[in-house]
Structures are given as structure tokens and as C-alpha cells.
Design a protein around this ligand. Structure first.
Ligand code: ZN
Length: 497
């Protein structure tokens, strides 16, 4: 345990009592009481992620009534803060985005962002939480503030100033870059946002997510659609990260040079130029020659964990019983590299629940895309079909071969195995696993599509794997009603409804 880990651990231990309290509020109360119809039904969470658009534009009673009748939804996860148009459910043209509840400026003293930077002007300034909460409560539904970190260009210069800096010194204003974990004003903004939701509204929990990883894996394009990424944009070399590196004794100049060598390696791969000694050997040689690459990656990962721990303890300092959990990027389940650096167990001390993204339908094309991307460098010595065989073995999957995996998607067995892996990592802790499955997340031509039966099987697989909740994802507005009903079928079969 290095000194930083030890400090975090001590802070985390001090808040242990809060974590124990929080678990009492995790599951819906309304399913635990005996009824005239028979014994109490087991409590599970059935969460629904949704854009704010239908929560502003629809009559909420029939909307929530339909979610409950069709799929037993008992918790709502509105994308309450976003600068991404399709997350809000608004047209992309001229979109600004921001907070779709009211922004109370007194909570944002620790950031440079202004009201204009943070307020979502779409939907006529309707306060979505104020509108939603009383109706949700009447329907017996909990409401979680769901904040998915934005990683597209920030809307304006004050936002962009919070973004990472690549090793060439340029601002990384889009994915796989994003706001810097070590930027004190980004952290200040996030603390303020969560405090605002906690103190201004009677919400039932917080879920935060960041779909990013460190510069080493970004340079390799080690994520789906990663082959389009410029390997010269690896991060983060902002003033805050440079200062931190110095404190940790990491040579930033050597890291910069190492990223330059890595950039050449990846560019050669994209050009089809095999290194003299092969792809894998050359990659490993880079790590041996430039261990600062790994040190930089480790610093990035630890920075984000510290940010998460800070948010967790900030919430607990205001309300120890308030559940806090994490949406965990899909890449974590199908990239062996990302999986290695995101051990679920490391999250346990600062989590009440986790939502691993196990979107098994769209996972087929995403896994293929990932394999193609790293097949252009680290796995370049393997034929694509062999690379996929390696992936299946390394990740403990039993899935279709390379040639068919997009067309079949991944199986319910993937959902069960990955839920089980998360549950086992959290064994002995109160952390609950609420796996996310996809219902009609858009896919490309020729890829598999959800059916009522595929959704039914995916939901059953969560509970077969030991999960305590099903997160119906990724957005209510994308879901076909008949496929959503497949979730309800599974929950009724299992005796949860
Ligand atoms: Zn930085």
C-alpha cells in the first residue's frame, strides 16, 4: 500500500458507519411488507435510466404508471445534468445543456463556472426534479440524481479550462479526453452539484459515472471505436497533473517522451507496418523502456478513484444515509487492459452500489470493435479470429466467434458471469451490484437487435449471477415497449413483482 492509498484508506475507514447506514435505504421499502396476497416478495431494485425530455414533456402519471406496469420499475435515474443533446433528449442543433434542476449558486463557491455555464436552458427552465419527485413518490418510485460525466467539448471557455491536456500540450476537448480528475475546480463543481441536489431536493440517491480511462490505454485505442482515436492526444499533462507527478516522483519529461514513442508505434500499426520484432514484443519493449507510461496510467486511475472517494465522503458528510454508487463503463467488462486497472474491489470502500454496464446486445459489435482496434497494435500478431479466441479465454466468456459476434450480440451467460464477478469482488462488503442491461441501445447495420425474449433472459441472468438490481438502460426513450415488457416478464417469473 503506497502512502496515498493509505491516506485514502484511513479517510474511508472513518466513514464506515455511514456506509452501513446507507444500505438500509438502498432497496425499495414498498416491496418488503407482507400483503394480504401472501408472503413478502423479495426486494430488488428495478432502475430506469431516462432523458429528461419525457419528464418535462409528458403527463408523468401515465408515464410512470406504464414503466411500473410494463417492467416493475421502482427507481428512476434521470440524466439530470448533461451537455450532451441525446442524453437530455433534445435536438443537437444549438444545444447547450446543463442542469435540468434549479442551480443554486451558493453551492458552487469552489468552481470557476458561472450560472450560464451550468444551467440547462432547454425545456423552458422547467425544474425536472421539482416536477418529478412528488409524482415518483406517489408511484412508490425512488429518484436518483444520475450524472454521467461529459467528455465532449465543454460548452464555452470556462468549461474547456477544466479539460485535460495531452502530451503535446494541447487541450483534449473530446473523448477519450475529458475534464481532469485532478483539476480542483472540476472537483469543486462536482461537490457543489451533488450538494445542491442533496440539500435542495428530497432525492433518494446519487449515481455518477465517467466513461474514460488513462492515456496509455487511450493511445492504444483500447476501447470500442478506439481505432479512430489520435494516439497523439493521450493525457493528462495539465499543471495539476504535472504537480502531482512531481510529488509522486514520476519523471514527466520521460513520460512525455514515452508517449511520443507509443504514438509512433500506434501510427505504424494503423499504416500496416509490422515492427521488426513483432507487435507484442515491441509493445512490451516500450513498457520496459518507458516505465513512466505505466506510472502515468496508474496516476490517472488513482486520481479518479480519489475523486470518487471525495464525492462519496462529501455526500456522506451531508447525509450519511444517502446512497452513492457508480455507473461503470462497458469497456471495463470487455477490455482486459481496463479490467486489470479497475478492480471492482478497490471501489468497495467508497460505494453503496455499483452498476456495471453489461449491455449484452450491443456488446457484440463493441467487443468486435475493441478487438479490431487493439488488433492494429498490441494484438497485431494474431489473426482477428485468434484475437477473439484469446479475448474469450482471458475474459472468461463463452461467446460467438469473431465472424458472428456482432450479429449475435453477447449472450445472457455474459451478463450472468460478469454480474457474478462483480458480486464476488464485493463479497463481505455491503455494496450491492445493480447490473445494467441494454434495451434497444442503437447498433449498426447487421448487428443483433433486442427482442422481448432476449431482454427477459438478460434480466434473469442478473439475478442468476447474484445481482440485487436490474438497471434498464441506457435510455427509456430508446426502448420499444414490447422489449421493455420482457423485463417485466422476467421479474414476474422470479417472484419480484
Ligand atoms: Zn490533468
Amino acid at each position: 500500500m503506497n502512502p496515498i492509498d493509505r491516506r485514502s484508506f484511513l479517510k474511508i475507514s472513518a466513514a464506515g458507519a455511514g456506509a452501513a447506514l446507507a444500505t438500509n435505504r438502498l432497496l425499495p421499502a414498498q416491496t418488503s411488507a407482507p400483503t394480504a396476497a401472501g408472503p413478502p416478495k423479495p426486494s430488488v431494485l428495478v432502475g430506469m435510466a431516462t432523458s429528461v425530455a419525457p419528464l418535462v414533456q409528458s403527463d408523468l402519471d401515465p408515464l410512470l404508471g406504464d414503466m411500473a406496469a410494463r417492467a416493475g420499475v421502482n427507481a428512476l435515474f434521470p440524466f439530470i445534468y448533461t451537455h450532451v443533446a441525446n442524453r437530455a433528449g433534445a435536438p443537437a442543433g444549438g444545444f447547450h445543456g446543463g442542469n435540468y434542476a434549479t442551480t443554486h449558486l451558493k453551492y458552487y463557491a469552489d468552481t470557476n463556472l458561472t450560472l450560464e455555464d451550468m444551467r440547462g436552458p432547454e425545456f423552458g427552465g422547467v425544474d425536472v426534479l421539482a416536477r418529478l419527485l412528488p409524482v415518483a413518490r406517489r408511484h412508490g418510485m425512488k429518484t436518483f440524481a444520475w450524472v454521467l460525466e461529459d467528455n465532449v467539448r465543454g460548452p464555452g471557455p470556462r468549461w474547456e479550462a477544466l479539460y485535460e491536456v495531452d502530451f503535446h500540450g494541447r487541450r483534449a476537448t473530446r473523448h477519450p479526453g475529458g475534464p481532469c480528475n485532478n483539476h480542483p475546480q472540476y472537483r469543486g463543481y462536482l461537490r457543489g452539484l451533488l450538494e445542491d441536489y442533496l440539500r435542495s431536493y428530497e432525492i433518494d440517491g446519487i449515481m455518477w459515472g465517467s466513461e474514460r480511462q488513462g492515456g496509455l490505454l487511450n493511445a492504444l485505442g483500447a476501447f470500442h471505436n478506439g481505432e479512430r482515436t489520435d494516439p497523439g492526444t493521450a493525457t493528462c499533462f495539465c499543471e495539476h497533473c504535472l504537480r502531482r507527478a512531481k510529488t509522486e516522483g514520476i519523471d514527466a519529461e520521460r513520460a512525455r517522451l514515452g508517449f511520443g514513442e507509443l504514438e509512433k508505434f500506434v501510427r505504424a500499426g494503423r499504416a500496416g507496418q509490422r515492427p521488426r520484432d513483432g507487435w507484442f514484443v515491441s509493445f512490451w519493449r516500450l513498457l520496459v523502456g518507458w516505465p513512466e507510461l505505466l506510472a502515468w496510467e496508474s496516476m490517472w486511475v488513482r486520481s479518479r478513484h480519489e475523486l470518487q472517494a471525495e464525492l462519496y465522503h462529501h455526500v456522506k458528510s451531508i447525509n450519511p444515509a444517502m446512497p452513492v454508487g457508480w455507473h461503470l463503463w462497458h469497456n471495463l467488462s470487455f477490455s482486459p487492459f481496463h479490467r486489470a486497472e479497475e478492480d471492482y474491489a478497490t471501489l468497495a470502500p467508497f460505494s453503496d452500489f455499483i452498476k456495471p454496464v453489461l449491455y449484452n446486445n450491443c456488446a457484440g459489435e463493441r467487443l468486435k470493435s475493441f478487438t479490431d482496434s487493439v488488433g492494429g497494435n498490441v494484438f497485431g500478431d494474431l489473426a482477428p479470429a485468434s484475437a477473439m479466441e484469446f479475448m474469450d479465454a482471458a475474459l472468461n466468456y463463452r461467446e460467438a466467434p469473431y465472424a458472428r459476434v456482432s450479429a449475435t450480440g453477447l449472450s445472457p451467460d455474459y451478463v450472468q458471469r460478469e454480474t457474478r464477478r462483480a458480486v464476488e469482488a464485493m463479497a463481505g462488503t455491503p455494496v450491492q451490484v445493480w447490473s445494467g442491461i441494454d434495451i434497444d441501445t442503437p447498433v449498426g447495420a447487421g448487428s443483433s437487435h433486442c427482442t422481448p425474449e432476449s431482454v427477459r433472459q438478460a434480466v434473469r441472468a442478473i439475478f442468476a449471477g447474484g445481482g440485487r438490481g436490474a438497471m434498464l438502460s441506457r435510455n427509456y426513450t430508446e426502448m420499444k415497449p414490447e422489449n421493455l415488457a420482457g423485463a417485466g416478464t422476467a421479474l414476474r417469473e422470479l417472484g419480484f413483482l
